[in-house]
Design a protein. Structure first.
Length: 578
């Protein structure tokens, strides 16, 4: 069992639940042959077609052609450029996916596509992660872009409908990759995705970032429109699509943020449209411009509305520097439509500079939190007041005070405590306090201490917690049993293993030659439709005089199998490489 090489203790608590293991011994000989086929094709075809950084990165990454990589080895190579790798179990939520990359950690799904999906699979797999994403990270500017889009994606608000779409897409990728899935099951899974997609009204921030990531990091081209190079991992790891993308069947369009986020992603088939950027600097400029429209940068009422629609744990920051983390439940607006009072429900925590305030964790504010937003009448911003100015308005510890905001929200109570940070007031606590607006009580004195956030406006809002390590409970990770499950190898698996052993030993003595001839006979008798092992046999036969008698029979059989449209390109590309 291959343990994740990023220590769990270094990951934020809320990300630990996604960490998995690489059960390396579970890979079958056919799995390794699938890996070898894709890597040989990529190393051959992508020369001159991929961005130079990819070809160089393949060498620097230490990824081998002959066998599936161990994630620990990948992590060691990535460590040289300040990145790391962590093993995850298939599709994980977008927020977690982006947050890992914001921390310069590449999430690696260690499953490998089945031979039936060798050209393309919608499910994340180690070919996609290792052969696609890892090598090009060795380009420092592109790695900076991936980290930047990760940090922005981690702060992008989703909606409840978007979360439901994610679950539907995850189900679709599982169904599409499972060889046991029926056409009816595939159709139902696809229909569910379409239904959830249609249920989304408007474009959430998370969807915009997801589409941009898809059309750049996953399926991006770079350079001139009439002669682009590949840098997107989805293309770099797909034998079929890396060839298909250069045909006239695919529309190439100049990169633009608007174009990239205009249409939903298509995860079930090859892309019909690809975007070509001039350089990686253009990508960085684009994602920065998109981030300027997002709640974590704009703040204000619109940011609170996005937090409200997410129906999930979110943080909003006051201009005093105070952060409020919880589920935004409601807020009151004035006649101009601006938020003047906001409520969270359930566990809420208060923080400053991403550090939870002592005594103001979610256990203390377990039933929610409410606070006014704005200036006091007379255009007084409490957060900017010094001690003398506070005294003038009666805000002195022990004093009973009546504060009235320009919005007509009133706070009346005895000042218990004034909390400051960097010479700004961030929190005032009251006892015997009543908060009201237009005759409605927003807080009653019998409820206990009233902790009022201080701030004339909301400057930022984003999903998740300001201090995740304090807000989220420790995830208990049960140690997996060290005993590996036994892999039930098929007769065909054993044939693949025999061929691999002979190829790697590279002796080709009489015993080896006899075994290879016998394997070819067994293929004809028991496995007439297998094409990949025949390609491996032909590869050896062409370069070894002792196997000359196998060349023509293998070619004849492969040309027969090539009549199956699903195998035509695979066999054609394999023969061309041999």
């Amino acid at each position: 069992m291959e343990k994740s090489t990023i220590q769990n203790s270094k990951l934020p608590n809320h990300l630990k639940q996604y960490v998995s293991e690489q059960h390396y011994d579970q890979y079958t000989p056919i799995d390794h042959a699938v890996w070898r086929y894709v890597m040989r094709q990529n190393r051959h075809f992508l020369k001159g077609k991929a961005h130079p950084a990819y070809v160089e990165g393949l060498l620097k990454s230490g990824i081998e052609t002959e066998k599936i990589p161990r994630v620990s080895e990948m992590n060691e190579c990535l460590g040289k450029i300040g990145w790391g790798a962590v093993i995850v179990n298939g599709l994980i939520p977008g927020s977690a996916f982006f947050e890992l990359q914001a921390n310069r950690v590449l999430p690696i799904a260690t499953e490998i596509r089945k031979i039936t999906n060798i050209e393309y699979t919608p499910a994340p797999d180690i070919i996609h992660e290792a052969a696609g994403h890892a090598p090009i990270l060795f380009d420092p500017y592109f790695a900076s872009y991936v980290q930047k889009i990760g940090s922005i994606g981690a702060k992008a608000f989703a909606t409840k409908e978007k979360q439901e779409l994610f679950e539907a897409v995850r189900n679709l990728t599982i169904v599409m990759e499972d060889p046991k899935s029926t056409p009816e099951e595939k159709e139902a899974a696809q229909k569910l995705v379409e239904e959830k997609q249609n249920a989304i009204v408007g474009l959430s921030e998370a969807e915009q970032i997801s589409r941009l990531f898809w059309r750049t990091v996953e399926y991006g081209l770079i350079g001139e429109l009439d002669d682009p190079k590949i840098y997107g991992a989805g293309l770099l790891s797909s034998v079929g699509e890396s060839i298909h993308c250069f045909t006239d069947a695919v529309e190439k369009t100049h990169y633009s943020i608007e174009g990239c986020i205009e249409k939903p992603k298509n995860v079930t088939e090859m892309q019909a449209q690809l975007f070509v950027c001039k350089n990686f600097e253009e990508l960085m400029e684009g994602v920065e411009s998109l981030s300027e429209t997002m709640a974590f940068r704009t703040g204000g009422t619109e940011a609170l509305e996005k937090a409200l629609r997410s129906k999930s744990v979110a943080t909003f920051e006051m201009n005093s520097g105070l952060n409020v983390t919880g589920v935004v439940h409601s807020f009151t607006k004035d006649e101009n439509g601006e938020a003047i009072y906001v409520n969270t429900k359930g566990e809420t925590a208060l923080s400053v500079e991403n550090q939870q305030l002592e005594g103001h964790g979610k256990d203390y504010h377990s039933k929610g939190f409410g606070t006014p937003i704005g200036q006091l009448k007379g255009n007084i911003s409490i957060e900017e007041c010094d001690s003398d100015e506070l005294a003038k308005i009666g805000v002195v510890e022990g004093n009973f005070v009546d504060l009235t905001y320009t919005s007509d929200v009133s706070v009346s109570g005895r000042v218990l405590n004034i909390t400051k940070h960097n010479n700004k007031i961030v929190l005032i606590s009251f006892e015997d306090c009543t908060v009201s607006y237009n005759g409605t009580e927003l807080f009653k004195k019998e409820w206990g201490t009233y902790d009022m956030a201080v701030g004339s406006n909301v400057v930022s809002a984003y999903p998740g917690a300001a201090d995740p390590s304090s807000y989220f409970d420790d995830i208990v990770i049960e140690e997996e049993k060290t005993e590996e499950l036994q892999v039930n190898l098929t007769d065909l698996d054993h044939l693949y293993q025999h061929v691999r052993n002979i190829r790697e030993n590279n002796r080709f003595d009489d015993n080896d030659i006899n075994q290879l001839n016998q394997i070819n006979k067994e293929l004809d008798l028991e496995h007439p439709k297998d094409w990949l092992l025949r390609l491996e046999l032909l590869e050896m036969a062409i370069t070894n005089e002792k196997l000359e008698s196998l060349v023509e029979p293998l070619k004849v059989k492969l040309n027969e199998l090539k009549n199956d449209s699903s195998l035509t390109n695979l066999i054609k590309n394999g023969l061309a490489l041999i």
